[in-house]
Design a protein around this ligand. Structure first.
Ligand SMILES: CC(C)(COP(=O)(O)OP(=O)(O)OC[C@H]1O[C@@H](n2cnc3c(N)ncnc32)[C@H](O)[C@@H]1OP(=O)(O)O)[C@@H](O)C(=O)NCCC(=O)NCCS
Length: 164
């Protein structure tokens, strides 16, 4: 990753920069609004930022899911366009997962591209038994703190995702 980036948890002072990063990365307001709704509704468990000299260049959100065990949903994830392909997202995600693992979360689910998320250990087969509107090859799970406590049951993202 770029050498002068600091990985840390978001603070309230970062909210407007995170908003700007997400709007620019997705070219719409949806994901920025989603993160604000997750915060407002108490479902944002962890917001990880990559900070280069006080500028937020990367962001990853982990939010509470409804699941048979303590599970987090990953997303949105974004890196400033000029700093992509340098490992910023990978470093931020690995650091964020190590951080939440300490709090005994048992899984992280993501809806995304396996070509990217496979490198962190996300597997579609781990998520395949759960009942969710997101079921399919792009819905993947990563087990934390041992094997998943269950392989089936209802799983859904926090309510704010329904409004995305
Ligand atoms: C996806 C994103 C966060 C990756 O950030 P990054 O810092 O460039 O990622 P890294 O440098 O750690 O890793 C780059 C790898 O991700 C892959 N990648 C990037 N975007 C991808 C995508 N949309 N689908 C699949 N793979 C992707 C690259 O091909 C590269 O793979 P390689 O290492 O095998 O060459 C960044 O491209 C981004 O902000 N995109 C716009 C927002 C977005 O689509 N977010 C993801 C959905 S929530």
């Amino acid at each position: 990753m770029i050498g002068n980036a600091t990985l840390r948890e978001e603070t309230p002072q970062d909210h407007s920069a995170i908003h700007g990063l997400l709007v620019a990365a997705f070219d719409r307001y949806g994901e920025a609004g989603l993160v604000e709704a997750l915060r407002r509704e108490g479902d944002l468990v962890f917001g990880g930022v990559a900070d280069v000299d006080g500028v937020i260049v990367g962001y990853a959100a982990l939010s509470r899911m409804n699941a048979p065990f303590a599970a987090l949903g990953l997303g949105p994830v974004a890196v400033a366009a000029t700093l992509r392909q340098k490992g910023v997202a990978s470093a931020l995600l690995r650091w964020s997962f190590a951080h939440v693992q300490k709090d005994q979360w048992r899984a992280i689910f993501v809806l995304g591209d396996g070509a990217f998320y496979d490198r962190f250990g996300f597997r579609p087969e781990l998520a395949a038994g759960f009942g969710t509107p997101y079921a399919g090859p792009h819905f993947m799970a990563l087990a934390l703190n041992g094997a998943l406590p269950a392989n089936e049951g209802p799983v859904d993202y926090a309510p704010a995702f329904e409004r995305l």
